[in-house]
Design a protein around this ligand. Structure first.
Ligand code: GLC
Ligand code: MG
Length: 587
């Protein structure tokens, strides 16, 4: 008997260790686009002091972590993703001192700061590029330089292959002084760094440590799939995408420039840098989240392989790439399960609803569905990612060709810019109904125009209203602290084309049911297929447009859900029991 008791104790202890989650595993990460969050000095561009002054908003929302799009020195061709000094702050955003103040204030409020690490390229104004273009000793191979394939009859150099840039046009740019092409998989002003050069590899690791020393909690890593290219520079094959023009990125497939084996290895090396830092300091995990739009089997490799850990998570973009306003509940069920089917069980799941490269959630799915989607994000297991403004349901802003500043939009030209431009989802955060929506005191406008819906759609209104997107968001963040939402099982069922449902269940704890009517007609929802649920359910949370209010009891066998309404119901699970299976076994 003693032996059995010990065994029980051992099993219990063991399960405690396995259960214990690290700080990041149930967090919602809030993405700030620094140019558009808050402007402190009236120049129409957001900045670090602005962010500092609004950190309380992040706290109010119930969030504890934020990741900032790049804040480093930059000529701003790609709005900070073209970095001319990886160790300094861009002048419009402030100084290192401002960063330290922001960091101290975040720490005081208990908010973790994550920075954007942009390893694939620098700005062409970076000192390294100037040195490399001149073949200065030690810097010759910091970038990917290649001879011309030949010269045409006018003496014009011919690029080494057919590779296209993500921003349109050839991925190769000629430098007359060096008489070679350099590779740029994004803008011409964003030359690709050469990861086959060990000196460059070390240089970038030192930059990671530099910011860790400044107290950051980790990094979002930009454009990871592009780090390495095949050495023989083979042409890439045609995609036969009927919508793509020959000079566009989608015209080709990218097996020779994306997701090479060496690229995963570099991510694993960065993980080692973070882990070593953690071990040699305070044992607090420094996290890495990677950006890779890729096939799901390639994507999960960024998490690591059987022997070596990689990113803590690689963004799951399926809610952006695979679903939209036309998706049915069956599509949602399929997509959610797709991610979970490929993700190895030991990894933490994550769900991204929006970012600075994609249209706003309300514009992709329809404004009526914003609450239903924020609710979905919050009840799915693991990590969530919210793009600034999605907590108040901001929408895309119309940006004319004349107002367009995004390089990918500019390269596409006036006829096609709207297919590519990312300006609409990057406009200022809508704080209130005052001038420039409270974002800036500028008299000369803001870097991108404020959405004209700001008089109604702003944070101040949503705080004052009896119920709003923001108030729902706050309640969802509280709900997420429930153990069932943190640790419970997930079961997704499409009850019809329009009715998406899921349950979260955990033995010994309340169950939660999510119900979303995606369609414009009212639906009678019957939850009988969930045998584990009791016959009566309590309404915990609702979308703003809901007709049934909190606290109401509804029947499992049938209740009416109006157009675009979403609900979170709770139930004492039939799975509940105060004694565990092991307890009964050894009683
Ligand atoms: C990533 C960023 C995007 C940027 C590109 C080049 O995809 O999210 O905004 O333009 O990398 O750095
Ligand atoms: Mg400013």
């Amino acid at each position: 008997m003693f032996f059995i008791k010990c065994l029980v104790v051992a099993v219990t202890l063991c399960s405690v260790t396995i259960d214990a989650k690290d700080w990041w595993e149930n967090e919602v990460f809030y993405q700030i686009y620094p140019r558009s969050f808050m402007d402190s000095d009236g120049d129409g561009v957001g900045d670090l002091q602005g962010i500092k002054s609004k950190l309380q908003h992040i706290k109010d929302a119930g969030l504890n972590c934020t990741w900032l799009s790049p804040i480093f020195s930059s000529p701003m061709v790609d709005f900070g993703y073209d970095i001319s000094d990886f160790r300094n702050i861009h002048h419009e955003f402030g100084t290192i001192k401002d960063f330290e103040e922001l960091s101290a204030e975040a720490k005081r409020l208990g908010i973790k700061l994550i920075l954007d690490f942009v390893p694939n390229h620098s700005s062409d104004k970076h000192e390294w590029f100037q040195l490399s273009a001149n073949r200065t000793k030690g810097y010759e191979d910091y970038y990917v330089w290649v001879d011309a394939k030949g010269f045409d009859k006018d003496g014009k150099p011919i690029p080494p292959n057919n590779w296209n840039s993500n921003f349109g046009g050839s991925a190769w740019e000629w430098v007359e002084s060096r008489k070679q092409f350099y590779l740029h998989q994004f803008a011409i002003q964003q030359p690709d760094l050469n990861y086959r050069n060990p000196k460059l590899v070390q240089e970038m690791k030192d930059i990671i440590v530099y910011w860790l020393d400044k107290g950051v909690a980790g990094f979002r890593i930009d454009a990871v799939p592009f780090l390495f290219e095949v050495e023989d520079l083979r042409d890439e094959p045609r995609s036969y995408d009927p919508k793509a023009l020959p000079n566009e990125y989608a015209y080709l497939l990218h097996p020779y420039t994306n997701n090479l084996a060496e690229t995963y290895d570099m991510v694993y090396q960065w993980r080692a840098v973070l882990d070593n830092y953690t071990k040699s300091t305070d044992n607090v995990t420094r996290i890495m989240m990677t950006e890779a739009y890729a096939d799901i089997k390639q994507q999960v490799l960024y998490y690591g392989n059987d022997t070596t850990p990689g990113a803590h998570f690689t963004f799951n973009f399926l809610l952006i790439t695979d679903l939209n306003t036309n998706s049915t509940a069956h599509d949602f069920m399929f997509t959610i399960n797709k991610w979970l089917s490929y993700l190895p069980l030991e990894y933490t799941s994550n769900w991204v609803l929006g970012n600075h490269d994609n249209h706003r959630v309300g514009s992709r799915y329809g404004a009526q569905r914003i609450d239903g989607l924020n609710m979905l994000l919050m009840v799915l297991p693991g990590v969530g990612v919210t793009y600034y403004g999605d907590e108040i349901g901001m929408l895309d802003t119309f940006i004319s060709w004349e107002q367009t500043v995004d390089p990918i939009g500019l390269n596409a030209g006036p006829d096609r810019y709207q297919l590519f431009t990312r300006d609409p989802e990057r406009t200022p955060f809508q704080w209130d109904d005052s001038v420039n929506t409270g974002f800036s005191t500028s008299k000369n406008g803001t870097w991108l125009p404020v959405n004209e819906n700001y008089k109604d759609l702003n944070l101040k209104n949503q705080k004052a209203a009896s119920f709003s997107h923001f108030q729902l968001y706050q309640k969802l963040m509280v709900l997420r602290q429930e153990k069932t939402i943190r640790d419970g099982d997930l079961n997704v069922k499409a009850l019809s084309d329009n009715v998406l449902t899921l349950t979260r269940t955990l033995t010994g704890h309340d169950s939660f049911v999510y119900v979303f009517n995606l369609g414009g007609e009212k639906e009678n929802v019957n939850l009988e297929p969930y045998t584990e649920l009791p016959s009566k359910l309590k309404v915990e949370l609702t979308s703003v447009n809901a007709s049934v209010s909190f606290g109401t009891t509804v029947s499992k066998s049938g209740f009416t859900v109006g157009p675009y309404e979403a609900y979170i119901l709770s139930a004492q699970s039939l799975l509940s029991s105060s004694t565990s299976y092991l307890d009964t076994l050894f009683e």
